[in-house]
Design a protein around this ligand. Structure first.
Ligand SMILES: Nc1nc2c(c(=O)[nH]1)N[C@H]1C(S)=C(S)[C@@H](COP(=O)(O)O)O[C@H]1N2
Ligand SMILES: [Mo]
Length: 570
């Protein structure tokens, strides 16, 4: 029997492995549906990879792929899985224990990743185990089908396996569909195994190419259907959760100060003062956006010097101290000249007020905690200085963005916003917990990964137009150079432009909205001569700081240097 199965062509054995891997994956995804996205073994392995990846790799991924880094990661996992599955198919010809070991390894990797996610429950390992069992059964059946004849599987073992996975995924709702399809496959395989046994040239006669392609194709199609269905289902249904669209935002007791005319210069190519919804950068470690039911959401506030409290979403919405503010968020990973920055109108609960209610005092008033640790639904931890949060700036628990409840990808139902601090030390999305502690006692997520525990946003400026490398028509008409500059919670008092390393010349500043928002600027380069030129920009802060030319990478606490572009004037 083993001999016979080893005659299966390598390509067919590889296809067996691939299809079985796909079937296992589809079954796992289907079984994960009732447990939510964390339980999806692929998502979990991806998330674990993100957490375990060394900093340079992560930086490379963000730099090279930007916000597509997660897609690239998932594709990468898919490729690794496919190679493994194909190799397993070849190695498992006639050796059921190899199939079992290979599928077991995959199941264990998936289960380990899913079970160790910070937001994992004990049941979250089930989908990976279901997937492994289905992959094993599918591989054995397909290999038998490919071998054509005589490969009567040990029916006892197989019945057990099929029965077991059926039981598991029945409890997992739609997961049952995957097993049903696989059971059909079993029937077909058995029919195949009843075929007359070839004797002399088993690989020629024993391998019925057409039949194999049909069976494998049917199994692949069924897996694809189940997997896609499961993916779509878990993406579109939030399990009846109360979502963004179900809430009206409260009227702020303190509305945002009006944005002065002239804060937006409306120059073509310059990012608008308010970042258009949908264009706001998104940076987080969440492979799938947490879908939180706002009606069961709670915020727990506890720790050193706090009378422990819990808030519901409704309680936050009903407060009479709601504020509305324009704040420019920025990511520490932003390269000089990069786009990981955006400006929005936020509405929310003043964080300092809420903390005072719970008895919190900043260190300057003798409070025992100097670090506020915010935790998210997906296990992120972010550390913020208590002193900063309570120094009078508009730190808030944001409930809304640009006049609407927070979009899921920006933290629904509640996130933090603290003017002047990079996102990774302030802007916790999908917030569920606030703990008052010390910087000595706790390192937040990014700190052991090589990023600074404290990170105020650095003075920066960017040229939006012309684009680097652009050819601009001169013709004596001059060239408009324009962009944005920021120094959140300090304010921008000047922007200067330098051509070809010459003198710094003042740009014209747009009206300032607030010191917490970025500021546009424009420079009319009237004496632009034809030819290649470099154009640099620097900002001056209200505190007198002049933006440094020293070039520093984003890690550990934010990039510095002048944004410099090359243009060719025609
Ligand atoms: N839960 C959670 N919150 C998070 C993060 C994260 O990975 N998980 N990333 C932070 C970082 S690094 C930044 S820059 C901001 C980005 O917020 P945005 O995606 O809404 O632009 O969110 C912060 N909040
Ligand atoms: Mo960030």
């Amino acid at each position: 029997m083993s001999e016979l199965m080893k005659q299966t062509p390598r390509w067919a054995a590889a296809v067996c492995g691939l299809v079985a891997g796909g079937a296992g994956l589809a079954a796992a995804e289907a079984a994960a549906v009732p447990f939510g996205p964390v339980a999806s073994p692929v998502q979990a392995v991806g998330a674990a990879t993100i957490d375990l990846a060394p900093r340079p790799l992560k930086e490379f991924a963000v730099a090279a792929f930007g916000t597509a880094d997660k897609v690239v990661l998932l594709v990468g996992i898919g490729v690794v899985l496919a190679v493994f599955a194909a190799a397993l198919g070849i190695a498992a010809r006639g050796r059921r224990w190899v199939a079992g070991t290979g599928a077991g390894v995959l199941a264990l990797v998936g289960a380990a990743a899913a079970g160790t996610r910070p937001d994992a429950g004990p049941l979250d390992i089930l989908p990976a185990l279901v997937g492994g069992a289905v992959a094993y059964v599918a591989l054995v059946l397909l290999t038998n089908a490919a071998a054509g004849a005589g490969a009567e599987p040990d029916s006892g073992v197989r019945a057990d396996e099929t029965g077991e996975s059926g039981g598991l995924s029945e409890s997992g709702g739609p997961g049952g569909a995957a097993v049903g399809d696989r059971a059909d496959g079993a029937d077909e395989a058995e029919a195949t195994s009843g075929a007359p046994e070839p004797s002399e040239t088993p690989d020629r006669q024993g391998f019925d190419r057409r039949r194999f392609v049909l069976i494998a194709g049917a199994a692949a199609a069924a897996s694809a259907a189940v997997g896609t269905g499961a993916g779509l289902y878990s993406r579109t249904s939030a399990g009846g959760a109360a979502q963004s669209r179900d809430f009206a935002l409260p009227k702020p007791a303190s509305p945002a100060p009006p944005v002065p005319d002239g804060a937006d210069l409306e120059i073509e190519g310059v990012e608008s003062f308010f970042t258009p919804p949908g264009e706001f950068y998104r940076i987080d470690t969440a492979l799938s956006v947490p879908r939180i039911d706002a009606t069961s959401w709670r915020l727990r506030v506890h720790g050193a010097g706090v009378q422990e409290r819990e808030y519901t979403f409704a309680q936050l919405l009903e407060r009479d101290d709601i504020v509305e503010r324009d704040v420019t968020l920025a990511c520490v990973s932003n390269q000089v000249g990069g786009g990981y920055i955006g400006n929005a109108r936020w509405i929310g609960v003043p964080l300092a007020e809420l903390l005072r209610e719970a008895g919190v005092r900043p260190p300057s008033e003798g409070g025992p905690a100097d670090q506020l640790v915010s935790r998210s639904d997906d296990g992120m931890t972010i550390g913020t200085p208590v002193e900063t949060v309570m120094d009078g700036r508009d730190a808030m628990l944001a409930l809304g963005m640009n006049g609407r409840p927070l979009p899921p990808e920006h933290g629904f139902p509640v996130r933090m916003v603290v003017p002047g601090l990079y996102g990774y030390v302030s802007a916790c999305k999908w917030l569920t917990e606030i703990e008052l502690t010390t910087f000595d006692a706790f390192d937040a997520y990014w700190v052991p990964r090589g990023w600074a525990a404290k990170a105020p946003i650095k003075l920066q400026s960017r040229i939006d137009t012309p684009r680097d490398g652009a050819s601009v028509g001169g013709g004596g008409a001059g060239v408009t150079v324009a962009g944005v500059a920021w120094a959140q919670h300090v304010g921008v008092d000047g922007v200067q432009v330098r051509i070809d390393g010459g003198e710094w010349r003042d740009a014209r500043l747009a009206e300032e909205a607030t010191e917490d928002t970025w500021r546009q600027w424009v420079f009319d380069w009237e004496d632009a001569e034809p030819g290649e030129h470099t154009v640099s920009v620097r900002a001056v802060g209200r505190d007198g700081e002049v933006q440094t030319a020293d070039e520093a990478p984003p890690a550990p606490d934010g990039a510095t240097g002048h944004h410099t572009i090359t243009v060719s004037v025609g």
